[in-house]
Write a protein that binds this ligand. Structure first.
Ligand code: ADP
Length: 437
């Protein structure tokens, strides 16, 4: 470039010298130089005008103005620069088109929003599953289109480990599963998947279990009734009938417990949100469960202690929470050797309320912990020792807590004991003194 500048500079000086010589020959060097300078100025202005016209008209960008010298090189340079820019823009556009095309071929809806939830971009599936409209919905808050308090609280909570399942705002019979990821400065990528079929199958499974359990309950009650009557005449029966009778009564009792738990679980599962909510006095509820646990403990004489302020209360479904807390406390009794220590502790802090059931019993191997709340999942040893459990207790706890936006945390060490903690959100806490006023 510098070489060009010196070349053009030399040419300019030569032209000026030539004009000076001609001026000297005709006796007017000053005029001659002034004329040359004026001509050069006009030519430069004309080239600048051409450049401005060329750049101002995007349709002509492919054809740079013809020129010579410094201006010619300038036009060529700008033209090459503009060509490179155009090529990289074309490459970028091709990439954007490809991404757009591939996301449009997805079955799942993808929506990109800013930190406040304003919709910036979405794919075709979002229009199909959620009914978004390309022109009118651009920049709209996503909560205005997916009008569900559950979605709004899920979106703003910023904790997206678990997906959220909802009916589509567009087609009521369609079930959608939402999963959100954070990116940039609080921006969100919302993915919605059509899980209608899965939901229907799940519903069929629940209905089947619930119906079978209800159907089995009546004949079982009749059999139990007859067995209990027979047991009262035990002494009149031949001795060889006594053992089978006792065994039959025991197994019927187990089956009855299992069916009761199955019916309870399917009832808790189907009421996605608690229906009969009330202010629950925690101290009274836990004291009553601890009394029942002492009865269950019997001769094993566990030391059961309760730490809960009488003013602490929880908004929720009494039947569901009673069954969740009973399962945890009765499990502690079942899996803690005699004279073991069981503590029931209720604490509140800024995050919410926390109910811990701590025992110094058998403990659980960490490999079992992630699967413990699955239906019928039991640690092998407990099966052998036959604690009389149904294998549904912790599944009931999990679903009852889920209905209260609460979670279950399990910490345990084999041979040392376990701690089961239910974490409730602060929105569920109430003070019974304030409530009474
Ligand atoms: P179960 O009816 O068998 O007690 P649960 O669902 O209540 O079924 O519990 C699942 C398994 O978790 C139990 O079989 C047991 O092995 C283990 N478990 C639950 N609570 C405790 C505890 N407090 N200490 C040790 N193991 C426990």
């Amino acid at each position: 470039m510098r070489r060009h500048w010196s070349y053009h500079g030399r040419k300019l000086i030569l032209a000026a010298l030539l004009l000076l010589v001609i001026g000297l020959l005709i006796g007017a060097p000053g005029w001659m130089l002034a004329m040359g300078l004026l001509g050069y100025l006009f030519w430069t202005l004309h080239q600048a005008y051409q450049l401005q016209q060329w750049l101002a008209n995007p349709h002509q960008l492919d054809h740079p103005p013809e020129s010579i010298g410094l201006w010619g090189e300038l036009f060529d340079g700008v033209y090459r620069l503009q060509q490179r820019h155009q090529q990289s823009q074309d490459r970028l556009q091709a990439l954007v088109d490809r991404v757009q095309e591939s996301t449009n071929s997805l079955q799942d809806a993808i929506i990109m929003t800013d930190a406040q939830g304003h919709m910036e971009w979405w794919n075709l599936a979002a229009e199909r599953l959620l009914g978004f409209q390309r022109r009118s919905d651009q920049g709209q808050p996503i909560f205005g289109l997916i009008r569900s308090p559950a979605f709004k609280s899920y979106f703003t909570r910023k904790q997206y480990q678990e997906p959220l399942e909802l009916s589509s705002p567009f087609r009521v019979h369609m079930r959608l599963q939402f999963q959100i990821s954070l990116f940039g400065e609080g921006d969100r990528l919302v993915v919605a998947r059509d899980v209608t079929r899965l939901h229907q199958l799940e519903q069929m499974r629940r209905d089947f279990v619930s119906n079978v359990s209800h159907e089995l309950k009546t004949p079982l009650t009749v059999i139990r009734g007859y067995l209990e009557t027979l047991e009262t005449y035990q002494n009149e029966l031949p001795p060889r009938w006594q053992r089978p009778l006792h065994s039959m009564a025991q197994q019927t009792h187990r089956m009855d417990a299992l069916i009761t738990d199955l019916i309870l679980l399917s009832r808790i599962e189907t009421s996605a949100h608690t229906q009969k909510e009330q202010a629950i006095p925690l101290a009274a509820l836990l004291a009553q469960i601890c009394d029942d646990a002492r009865q269950l403990s019997g001769v094993k004489a566990h030391q059961i202690s309760l730490d809960c302020k009488v003013t602490d209360g929880l908004q929720g479904d009494l039947a569901q929470l009673q069954s969740a807390f009973s399962n945890l406390i009765f499990n502690a009794v079942k899996y803690t050797p005699e004279k073991g220590r069981i503590q029931v502790i209720w604490r509140t802090d800024r995050q919410g309320g926390h109910l811990s059931v701590v025992d110094n019993g058998t403990g659980i191997d960490p490999i079992h912990i992630p699967r413990l709340t699955e239906r019928f999942y039991r640690v092998d040893d407990s099966r052998k020792s036959d604690t009389g459990g149904t294998g549904l207790g912790l599944a009931i706890v999990k679903h009852a807590l889920r209905n209260h936006e609460a979670t279950l945390e399990i910490v345990s060490k084999l041979g040392q004991g376990s701690q089961f903690t239910c974490h409730f959100p602060s929105a569920r806490l109430i003070s019974l003194v304030e409530n009474a006023q």
